[in-house]
Design a protein around this ligand. Structure first.
Ligand code: NAD
Length: 497
């Protein structure tokens, strides 16, 4: 019998009473490995109610105790690192190396959450007026909600609930219905680490469940990561319901290649950044801008891309795994066809990719287009597959102008040996995360994940100090104490002016 993924409500793993289930499939074989329920309205209400009740106690829990929960959780995640990565590979198809990276980047955020006491310190100014002090304190919000995508089922839930809970909130997570097993394992380990019942709830489902979470009177803060269409819906609906929302959305990330860059570095890094994880990363490079004579490297880039082949998660030779589902594969194949129809040169075509022993996998081979123009759909849309578009330009200024005209602003990188070029680029580019000779510039958790423009709706970003701002309210206290109240036995009446 197929495994049914439970809900986590009030500290208990429970089976949903729903009659609607979605199959969870292995993307390399289409074998159904589990079924995930679409939680009922009553179950979602129950999860929120339990989180609300738990908040009353948790918000009073000393910060050191909250930090120690995160320390225990970090140790358990590390202990189970490879086991979680194996589970993650089985439901996403990611190579084991890639899956380990997904888990590890999440663990780093838990480590950051251990530092919650320092992170949540307020500010004080003594004598804002004579004998009057002013200070700020941070207080948690209540029940926070997280809605996560399929492509990082460990890292992205771990961006959210550890920081929210360390701040004194409780949390309801709605993971992607496509790979819920990894987030459930993360939740089990959180309980094993000693999280009191109700701190973390997990409900499953799709739009209906998300909309209930978004509009519920007792969910003051919503964190979302996913596609731009859904992100806009989440941001609009959440803010219409007067909630605090952060919505991380889609991307189209450009790499600028200057002729003074190291050719070998460019080619090695560009191959990994474009086709790694099958291009299913919000920070993947999907457009390469070759400036001036750098375009002469395109044939070598093609040869390097051609050597990368997809394969099963436990195949050590595989460069990346299958796409998440057949519809995602078909969508990518449609884009490849549109690229050809619109006149781009398809230098490498991954359409007919086969992997021996896995005839039903969602495979797409590395694909490279040159001669791409900004009016083509392969340039305008996020493809989310192993497809790289090369554009040839005359100058750095042309590259900056092109990127700044693109609506997305998640990540970008430049490869150059000139400090002046790099400095100009970092200053003028309207993208929130910039790599200088670094292809996928994902900030570590002491900084925040700072996508811009259509890649992010909201103001406070994930992890770093900004997450603490997002998950707390600041209270400012102005205090005066009357010295005549000091019981010294002496008259010490002093007038405050
Ligand atoms: P998705 O938008 O399809 O799903 C994300 C979440 O929203 C899932 O939990 C899903 O169940 C829910 N959802 C789907 N349709 C919904 C609807 N109509 N109403 C309410 N909720 C709905 O995204 P995905 O395919 O799982 O993930 C890939 C996308 O996520 C890509 O666009 C990628 O760029 C983006 N992403 C962005 C970042 C970032 O930090 N900017 C990080 C990772 C992924």
């Amino acid at each position: 019998m197929t495994v049914r993924v439970p809900l986590l409500i009030d500290g208990q793993m429970v089976q949903s009473q729903s009659d609607k289930f979605i199959p969870v499939t292995d993307p390399a074989t289409q074998n159904v490995i589990a079924e995930v329920p679409c939680a009922t309205e009553a179950e979602v209400d129950q999860a929120i109610d339990s989180a609300k009740k738990a908040f009353e106690t948790w918000k009073e829990t000393p910060v050191g105790e909250r930090a120690r929960l995160m320390l225990r959780y970090q140790a358990l995640l590390k202990e189970h690192h490879d086991e979680i990565a194996t589970l993650l590979s089985s439901e996403t198809g990611k190579t084991f190396e890639d899956a380990k990276g997904d888990v590890w980047r999440g663990i780093e955020v838990v480590e950051h959450a251990c530092n919650i006491a320092s992170l949540s310190m307020g500010e004080t100014v003594e004598n804002v007026a004579r004998k009057i002090d002013c200070y700020s304190i941070t207080q948690p919000l209540g029940v926070c909600v997280g809605i996560t995508p399929f492509n990082f089922p460990a890292m992205i839930p771990l961006w959210m609930f550890p920081m929210a809970i360390a701040c004194g909130n409780t949390f309801v997570l709605k993971p992607s219905e496509q790979d819920p097993l990894t987030p459930m394992r993360l939740a089990e380990l959180f309980i094993e680490a000693g999280a009191p019942a109700g701190l973390l709830q997990v409900v499953h489902g799709t739009k209906e469940v998300v909309d209930q979470l978004l509009t519920h009177k007792d969910t003051p803060a919503i964190s979302f990561v996913g596609s731009v269409a859904v992100g806009e819906h989440i941001y609009r609906t959440g803010t219409e319901h007067l909630k605090r929302v952060q919505a991380f959305a889609g991307a189209k990330n450009h790499m600028v290649i200057m002729p003074d860059a190291s050719k070998n570095q460019v080619i090695n890094n560009l191959v990994g950044a474009s086709v790694g994880a099958g291009g299913q990363r919000c920070m993947a490079i999907s457009v390469a801008l070759f400036v001036g004579s750098a375009k002469e490297w395109i044939p070598e880039l093609r040869e390097a891309m051609k050597k990368v082949r997809p394969g099963a998660w436990n195949d050590p030779e595989a460069g990346y795994g299958p796409l998440i589902n057949p519809a995602a594969r078909q969508r990518v194949l449609n884009f490849i066809q549109q690229g050809k129809d619109s006149g781009a040169n398809c230098l490498l075509d991954g359409t007919d990719c086969q992997v021996e022993g896995f005839p039903d996998g969602n495979w797409v081979g590395p694909t490279l287009f040159s001669g791409v123009t900004t009016d083509m759909s392969i340039y305008q849309e996020e493809i989310f597959g192993p497809v790289l578009c090369a554009i040839e330009l005359d100058s750095l200024e042309d590259a900056i102008e092109l990127i700044n005209a693109n609506p997305y602003g998640n990540g970008t990188s430049i490869f150059t040996s000139s400090g002046a070029v790099a400095r100009k680029y970092q200053h003028e580019i309207k993208v929130g995360q910039v790599g200088i000779n670094v292809p996928v510039p994902v900030p570590l958790p002491m900084f925040s994940f700072t996508g811009w423009r259509k890649s992010f709706y909201g103001d406070q970003h994930a992890y770093g100090k900004q997450a603490v701002k997002f998950y707390t309210e600041t209270k400012t206290v102005t205090a005066r104490w009357f010295e005549e109240d000091i019981d010294t036995g002496v008259n010490t009446t002093i007038q405050l002016k």
